[in-house]
Design a protein around this ligand. Structure first.
Ligand SMILES: [Zn+2]
Length: 102
């Protein structure tokens, strides 16, 4: 049978195939989800389990960085928003310079 590399989720401590986990990489100012950033330490969190993204569950592994990691996990797994710029049309017809004068 094929050998699947297994990693342990730092939140729930479950062993899972690496493909089911999100890898976090230690960087200078904390942890990043950036793909490709493979240098340095790595940590794994379930990619499909919101319960594992909770700040308090990450605190054991990430300490003070837990809130930031939690936020990154939540953002990364949410569907991308359209991000349409809502240009509100304001009715500010400011009169600039009146003709005439005194
Ligand atoms: Zn987990």
């Amino acid at each position: 049978m094929p050998h699947t590399p297994e990693r342990t989720c730092v939140a729930c401590r479950r062993k899972r195939p690496q493909a089911d986990l999100t890898r976090l990489t230690r960087v200078l100012d904390g942890w990043t989800l950036q793909r490709g950033a493979r240098a340095g330490r790595g940590a794994y969190v379930c990619a499909d389990s919101p319960a594992c993204w909770a700040e308090r569950r990450l605190r054991r592994a990430f300490g003070a960085h837990a809130p930031a990691v939690s936020a990154q996990l939540s953002v990364a797994t949410l569907p991308e928003e359209p991000g349409l710029p809502q240009s509100q049309q304001r009715n500010t017809a400011a009169p600039s310079g009146r003709p005439g004068g005194s």
